[in-house]
Design a protein around this ligand. Sequence first.
Ligand code: FES
Length: 139
Amino acid sequence: MGKVIAVDLKSRDHIEIEIEIELESAPRLKVIGCNELLQLVRGYQEKFGKDLSTWPDPTGNRHSEILLREALLKLKGQWQPPYSEAELCHCRSVATQLVDQAIIGGAHTAEAVSRQTSASTACGTCRPHVEELIKFRLR
Ligand code: FES
């Protein structure tokens, strides 16, 4: 029986880690995406080898680093986002996933997230959650 960890920047990048639990074999990594992401993963493979469990979490805030960090944290069972409800902004009906995708894609301030998603453009109650997600995603 296998388990698949998948992280995405929609329509752009995809990282998949397949874990064969019964065979206890090393996790298999599949990456589809832009040159930046492919180069990052290739560099990690050359530097740290094929055992993903020994790879350090990337520390930068490029979208490739954010995605690889998420995949590795999920692999280690250390992925704990600060906000888990499906909808983040109730005034504008903005999904948490849309806000998260905007952050991965480069919206690194609450203002940039608001411009891209409309979240936090009415009562402002959700703004702390937007800021929490940005803080959580960036290193
Ligand atoms: S809940 Fe997001 S602006 Fe009101």
